[in-house]
Design a protein around this ligand. Structure first.
Ligand code: MOS
Length: 703
């Protein structure tokens, strides 16, 4: 298990040692069961029917012919489904997403909206009947096209203020020695997790149980209880193994429709989304159109910074892809203005997707910084170092550590940046043009209240129970190391059980805050348990259990700018004959707090950077303006980076530590993607001398 030097880990401390995943063997041998493959007796299968019109009303759902088909048990639709509560505050303090409140009325707000669930004895029968179901619509004109001057655009807050402003932007731009004024666009992007969504719902002994694949069993449990007006204690959600989430695996239509059907039929009902259905129902990253204006003094100091972003959202839910937020952390300027706007279109609701806001926002601002460096004849790293803020540029708050400069220094040394000739388009190798680029990264490091149960067992071992989610990140393994240290024992003595809402409220696997928030709760419970054990001579057969709740402890956290930082480097080769771009190497150096498990932390960062390559070069969900639906919504039509697209990616970190966290953790889930696409795009400019401001940089755009 341990891949570092042998020896009793309890003596050295387990946190910081490289460990393979505890459930790794189960996963690679197929013993680990995912939500869609866990057996249930008497299981029925639901198949969602999605609208074929983009906007309008359902006139009729012709259920009779389908109900006569083999194995069909029920057809749920707006005419017979139970009414749901939708006017409540969701777990994350934001309004619930009514995109998941299916079958409540006859309105069709977008193409791919769920209009019915066909339930049958087998998935094949359900699918055949779902495909045979005739639904007639009154179709209405639709608008699915995002463009920068859309008249419907308005400022929107989401999880941060919509707009910030200080100083006189126009005056500072006019006073600048050199300026950049450019528009950047990023396309609709899909989560494309390996395991599509799946849930089974059943009533068992008066309780609703949902076995699901999600990023927070407690989150889904809370939302389902509220929507169905059930007592929270009568709903249990379990989610043990998850094949990726990336923000898409919260409450979605499949759990809600499965609960409706299980309730109506009083049988276990499973609903699994197909890959194609995830394109409409899983949420997605909204396309963005962004404008950045920068102005600098002759020495490169920023006098003016403006970052404006516009994203699309649906007519049923306002989701803000807060792309201008990253400029509120990375750079100060005498005049500083940021704005996040949205426009409501007849499209599916976007949602959280890895580094929501930061991923597209960092592409624009970090590409613009590179353009500014070019204009001013200043090295891109030097330009960034000259503009490192002392305090939060917008908040004015002190940083709980800002190690961006250390990341750049270490990264530049390793990448060989000092030897770089800044002139673009001059390095040739056969028909390839070569170039290198860099970009900065930052991502918020928060913590959210969580509870944990830690039990000292009679046999001397320990059991940790927490409603955490391991979405493939290695969270289960990280928590084992954290608990072992907190209990002053060896990881082998600790059993960590997660993914069950019965363990109590806890942070979701999201916002790069999962491991840190859970670690806090586990550490607190372990400390109290050790005090109890010091006064105990005999542990009873049921063990001794301590429950922690970090709500108060987090309330006392000093108000600071709390972020992980990073420096991204990329080298690319551009084929001048075909327009093909190959990333030859990438390096990311991060300051991401204390690293709990170097092996899985490196996986997270490499995964994020790989996604950055993918974002820069491949990913693009294309919507047909006539039908409102996607062209080729599958992994044949939607290209993600594969091994063949990905060079050896080098990742490392500098010493970093959150001074206010009991373990020193910040979080590594999202920062790997931030700035990565900009580093690639900046390298493409350096190779070719041509700026690409629209992602992805496809061969046809290169030529
Ligand atoms: Mo993440 S986008 O916080 O799952």
């Amino acid at each position: 298990m341990t891949t570092t030097t042998p020896g009793p880990s309890a003596l050295r401390g387990a946190v910081g040692t490289a460990r393979t995943r505890i459930e790794g063997r189960e996963k690679v041998t197929g013993a680990a069961r995912y939500a869609g493959e866990i057996p249930f007796a008497d299981l029925a299968h639901g198949w969602l029917v999605l609208s074929t019109v983009t906007r309008g009303r359902i006139v009729e759902v012709e259920t009779a012919p389908v109900l006569a088909m083999p194995g069909v048990l029920a057809v749920l639709h707006h005419g017979n489904a139970p009414r749901l509560k939708t006017d409540y505050v969701g777990m994350l303090g934001t309004p619930p997403d009514p995109t998941c409140a299916v079958f409540q009325n006859d309105r069709v707000p977008f193409a791919g909206w769920p209009v019915a669930l066909v339930v049958a004895e087998t998935p094949e029968e359900a699918r055949e009947a779902a495909e045979a179901l005739v639904v007639t619509y009154d179709s209405e004109p639709h608008d699915t096209a995002l463009h920068p001057d859309h008249p419907g655009a308005y400022p929107a807050a989401g999880h941060m203020p919509a707009e910030t402003e200080k100083g006189d932007l126009e005056a500072q731009l006019a006073a600048s020695a050199f300026v950049v004024d450019a528009e950047y666009t990023t396309p609709e992007e899909q989560h494309s997790m390996m395991e599509p969504h799946a849930a089974t719902a059943r009533w068992e002994g008066g309780r609703l149980e949902v076995v699901d694949s999600n990023q927070g069993a407690g989150w889904v449990q809370g939302e389902l209880a509220t929507m169905f007006s059930l007592d929270a204690s009568s709903v249990r959600v379990r989610s043990e193994h998850i094949g990726g989430g990336f923000g898409s695996k919260g409450l979605r239509a499949h759990q809600v429709s499965a609960v409706m059907a299980a309730t109506a039929l009083q049988r276990p009902v499973r609903v699994v989304l197909t890959r194609r259905q995830t394109f409409s129902l899983g949420g997605y990253r909204s396309p963005t159109t962004q404008r950045v204006r920068l102005g600098a003094a002759p020495d490169g100091r920023l006098l003016a910074l403006e970052h404006r972003s516009l994203n699309q959202t649906s007519t049923v839910y306002e989701f803000v892809e807060a792309s201008a937020g990253v400029a509120r952390v990375l750079y100060d300027a005498d005049a500083h203005r940021t704005a996040n706007h949205v426009v409501r279109l007849d499209v599916p609701s976007p949602t959280w997707m890895r580094a929501p806001g930061e991923a597209p926002g960092s592409f624009a601002i970090e590409a613009a910084l590179d353009e500014l460096a070019e204009r001013g004849g200043i090295d891109p790293i030097e330009l960034r170092l000259r503009n490192e803020p002392e305090v939060g540029p917008v908040s004015g708050l002190p940083f709980a550590g800002n190690n961006l400069a250390a990341c750049f220094r270490e990264g530049a040394r390793r990448f060989g940046w000092a030897d770089r000739d800044p002139r673009p388009g001059i390095r040739r190798e056969g028909r390839w043009l070569l170039g290198t680029g860099t970009a900065a990264a930052s991502f918020g490091a928060g913590a959210a209240p969580s509870t944990a149960l830690v039990t000292a067992e009679a046999d001397g071992s320990f059991t940790v129970r927490i409603t955490a989610a391991d979405i493939g990140t290695g969270a289960r393994t990280a928590l084992t190391l954290i608990a072992a240290d907190a209990l002053e024992t060896a990881p082998e003595q600790v059993r960590v059980r997660i993914g069950d809402s019965d363990f109590g409220p806890a942070m979701i696997a999201g916002g790069s805050m999962g491991t840190r928030s859970w670690a806090w709760a586990v550490t607190a419970a372990a400390a109290e348990l050790r005090e109890r054990l010091a006064m105990t001579t005999l542990i009873p057969p049921e063990g001794i259990t301590v429950r922690s709740d970090t709500t108060e402890a987090l309330g006392a956290l000093a108000r600071k700018e709390r972020h992980s930082f990073g420096a991204q480097f990329a080298e690319v080769a551009v084929d001048t004959a075909t327009g093909e771009i190959r990333v030859r190497r990438m390096l990311g150096v991060f300051a991401a707090g204390r690293i709990v498990n170097p092996l899985t932390a490196r996986n997270q960062l490499v995964g994020g950077m790989t996604w950055g390559i993918s974002m820069a070069l491949h990913e693009e969900a294309v919507r047909d303006r006539n039908t409102g639906g996607h062209y080729a919504p599958d992994l044949a039509g939607y290209h993600v980076a594969t091994h063949a697209d990905t060079p050896a990616i080098e990742v490392d970190w500098v010493e970093d530590h959150d001074p206010d966290d009991p373990v020193g953790i910040k979080g590594v889930g999202e920062i790997g993607i931030v700035g990565a696409a900009a580093a690639v795009a900046n390298a493409v400019w350096h190779a070719t001398g041509v700026r690409h401001r629209d992602l992805p940089i496809r061969p046809d755009r290169v030529l």
